[in-house]
Design a protein around this ligand. Sequence first.
Ligand code: PEP
Ligand code: MN
Length: 353
Amino acid sequence: MKLESILLPGVSADRPMVIAGPCSVETEDQVMKTARQLADKGQKIFRGGIWKPRTKPGGFEGIGVEGLPWMKQVKKETGMYLATEVATALHVYEALKAGIDILWIGARTTANPFAVQEIADALRGVDIPILIKNPVNPDIELWIGAFERLNNSGINRLGAIHRGFSSYDKKIYRNLPQWHIPIELRRRFPDLPIFCDPSHIGGKRELIAPISQQAMDMKFDGLIIETHCDPDAAWSDASQQITPEVLDYILSLLVIRQETQTTENLSALRKQIDECDNTLMEELAKRMRISREIGTYKKEHNMPVLQTDRYNEILDKYGNQAIQCGLDTEFIKKVFEAIHEESVRQQVEIINK
Ligand code: PEP
Ligand code: MN
């Protein structure tokens, strides 16, 4: 992949490069108020969603082209650079006409190669930074494919945005970070700048500071943070937006460590271990939940808790699978015995309720 700098004149090269502004452009007043407050805090790049991809119809789907003159006004009055999301060739055309400086491709769009190709074709010959959010599904090849499509259109000023990945089970995060995926992207393309989007990963204000710090600890280059002059009144993603003042405070608390290469590798590996442990924990919680449901079923149908055949079947199956996975069978046996014992304990508790 051929990469060139995404830096813009007057924007510091120091980490993190910050893009801030509302999830959605709503009204002229909201845009101008938010932008003025951000500019006062020294922010240089203003984001605002003009076209909003919503999960279900009926929500606010973006103000559309009507909001572009307000964005232009932001640039005129504050000198901030402008960034918005594009999902179609028409969006690209309208955004460029309005003088938008940075475009990003949203997570749902990155997951669709037809849409990415359409955008890549529309951008041929355009020399502005394009940021690509990870696809909603945890598929790094699909993400890389999107970079390649743009690169093939002659776009070299590229950056990535890590915004987490959808999951069926809702956890503390709105979108699971799965940090090992952006870390792998960095390993494959060390020169590709990576932004973190703590707003969409966390889905709530309280998580923005810790996720941003984690991203800095992993040497991400930038942050894109949803910022609104009146977050509670936001027309979209209200629970995850913060005021420019809170943004400034969060940024002032960030610790930017300059690590040596060796410890950096080690901490990246440790993050991956933490990620695995979190997944193990969540899966165990899920398994126990299902197990308790089975307990209720057994109770209703007057069945005994312990069914030896089923237990032997589990031990056999995982014994064989352990060998295929290169895991020690004795170790796996111990793990599953412990899990099974806890399952039985939980079911006994339900039956005796
Ligand atoms: C957004 O940035 O407001 C947005 C819609 O994000 P995503 O594509 O990550 O869902
Ligand atoms: Mn949003």
